[in-house]
Design a protein around this ligand. Sequence first.
Ligand SMILES: Cc1cc2nc3c(=O)[nH]c(=O)nc-3n(C[C@H](O)[C@H](O)[C@H](O)COP(=O)(O)O)c2cc1C
Length: 233
Amino acid sequence: MSIIALPTPQKLTYLTVEEAILLRRSIREFKRDPIKLTHISMILWAAYGITDPARGFRASPSAGATYPLELYLAIGEQGVHVLEDKYLESGVYKYIPSVHGLSEARRGDVRRSLMRAALNQKWIEDAPVSIVITAIYERTTRHYGERGRIRYVPIDVGHVGQNIYLMSTALGYGTVAIGAFRDSEVASIVGLKSDEVPIYIMPIGVPERVVTTSFNDLKLHIDRARQNLGIQF
Ligand SMILES: Cc1cc2nc3c(=O)[nH]c(=O)nc-3n(C[C@H](O)[C@H](O)[C@H](O)COP(=O)(O)O)c2cc1C
């Protein structure tokens, strides 16, 4: 199998967790800039990469460690910058956590088709890349039956989505979790087998505007709200 090896995970950011949580917003306007290979590598790792090599546990929790999700990276034309004038080929790639690599699923820029499948949400076409999170329910329902389908798999996806949001924020990118799309169209664009269902599309790029909320802004807001209710502080 031909695999593109991603740069191995490393400490890269200086934002604290509380700062990343404060600054996380759903971003729908992106600059044309590409994402760096080292950065998309960190975002994929934060989403579903290996964090406990001995047991194969991942960056996001999963019910019974069943790991029902797969992550695909849809890369646009010059969407991922490797170095100097080198970019990854546009196409759809599957993330392989065990080797922290990408396996090519199909060639070509699918951003416009993905956007159409997602009811013309244009931020999918504007962003240099999107992560498509899919679920193979059977991996979890085999152990937990219906509870696995209606509870555990959707909860697992939420954890992964939040890690993508926070890692993107910490690296200076923005993203938005998209749940509104036609499943069968997304499945055919990504090339999914019949047992695999798309759950989220998360376009990632450099935000057009930076988020400027501060802890001081929050304090002013909370103090005012308390004052209005006559709460002593
Ligand atoms: C399950 C789910 C589905 C969502 N689907 C979409 C979507 O299809 N398109 C979109 O622009 N935002 C979508 N969002 C993002 C929400 O609109 C956003 O989280 C909300 O407005 C709060 O803003 P914030 O994320 O900046 O805090 C979705 C969020 C969740 C959790």
